[in-house]
Design a protein around this ligand. Structure first.
Ligand code: 4IP
Length: 106
C-alpha cells in the first residue's frame, strides 16, 4: 500500500482495444498519470494515460466480468477489472477525485 497521498498501485485486468482479450497488468497512479506495465518489476510502462484528457471514470456493467470500471478518453474507452468490488471502488474513487481536481484547475 502506498503511503503517498493521491497515489495508488495494484494489479488490474484490462481489455485490449481491438483484440478483446483480458490481460493482468500492474497499474500505477501518480499525479495525473495512470500507467500500466506488463508486470510489477518492469520499468517501462506499456502505456501512460494522461488523466487530463479523461472525461469519465465509472463502474461498468457491460462486460462479462465483475468489478469492472471504465476510463473514457476521446480516442478510446479502457475497460479494467479489479479482484474485488472494494478494490474497484477504491480505484474509481481516487480516479474520480483526480478528475475533479483537474476540473477545478488542480
Ligand atoms: C493484445 O493482445 C493485448 O491485450 C494488449 O494489451 C492490447 O493492447 C492489444 O490490443 C491486444 O491485441 P495480445 O497480447 O494477445 O497480442 P497489453 O498492451 O496490456 O499487452 P492495449 O492497447 O490494450 O494495451 P489491440 O488494440 O492492439 O488489439
Amino acid at each position: 500500500m502506498s503511503l503517498q497521498l493521491g497515489t495508488k498501485e495494484g494489479y488490474l485486468v484490462k481489455q485490449g482495444a481491438i483484440v478483446k482479450n483480458w490481460k493482468q497488468r500492474w497499474f500505477t497512479l501518480h499525479r495525473y498519470e495512470l500507467k500500466y506495465f506488463k508486470d510489477k518489476m518492469y520499468e517501462e510502462p506499456i502505456r501512460t494515460l494522461d488523466l487530463t484528457s479523461c472525461s469519465a471514470v465509472q463502474f461498468d456493467y457491460s462486460q462479462d466480468k465483475v468489478n469492472c470500471f471504465c476510463l473514457v478518453f476521446p480516442e478510446r474507452t479502457f475497460y479494467v477489472c479489479a479482484k474485488t468490488g472494494v478494490e474497484a471502488d477504491e480505484w474509481i474513487r481516487i480516479l474520480q477525485w483526480k478528475l475533479s481536481q483537474i476540473r477545478k484547475g488542480r
